[in-house]
Write a new protein. Structure first.
Length: 191
């Protein structure tokens, strides 16, 4: 089973992912990865002038390598895979960065991935308002600004509406321990 943790920057998903690693015997992974593809992605995050289409394809390359090197082999072994960010992050974030470049950027990015990606079986969505998230994240890069996060959150809502059975919404405004317990309950129920 492939479980993904999704939400806007500052939602707390990485904090919960790290806590789960201490108590669960799953394969834990994340995007961007620690590969050279992931390094290129991180460099683009720090560049306010990065070309949005080129950046989208960097993320796509990182995702493809992640699938080939980590996700698919772990699933073939029968492991539960828990990924901190996955394809929905790309759809939601690049759907914003490509706005004005493409007519329907959210659909474009999903269409690029559709033939080869492996959809998650379960996605835990960490729901938090953009202002709180930006304050938590520190607004240190172009993806952590309130206005940008508000648009990303709207894209997540579109994704949830399109696949409501896969998503479980968690109130990420709660204290970290409460959020972690809720996520653990969701995993126990679904797995």
């Amino acid at each position: 089973m492939l479980v993904t943790l999704e939400g806007i920057d500052g939602s707390g998903k990485t904090t919960v992912w790290e806590a789960l690693r201490e108590t669960r015997d799953y394969t834990f992974t994340r995007e961007p990865t620690e590969s050279w593809y992931g390094d290129a992605v991180r460099r683009s995050i720090g560049d306010d002038d990065a070309d949005p289409l080129a950046e989208a394809f960097l993320y796509t390359a990182d995702h493809a390598a992640h699938l080939a090197d980590v996700v698919r082999p772990a699933l073939e072994r029968g492991d539960v895979v828990v990924s901190d960010r996955y394809s929905d992050s790309r759809y939601a974030y690049q759907g914003v960065t490509l706005d004005g470049v493409l007519d329907d950027p959210l659909d474009y990015v999903r269409d690029v991935h559709r033939p080869w990606t492996r959809p998650p079986d379960l996605t835990v969505y960490f729901d938090v308002d953009p202002r709180t998230a930006a304050a938590r994240a520190g607004a240190t890069n172009k993806f952590e600004r309130v206005e940008f996060l508000a648009r990303v959150r709207d894209n997540y809502e579109t994704l949830i509406d399109a696949d409501p059975e896969r998503f479980v919404r968690v109130d990420a405004t709660q204290p970290p321990d409460v959020v972690r317990e809720r996520v653990e309950a969701v995993l126990d129920d679904r797995l």
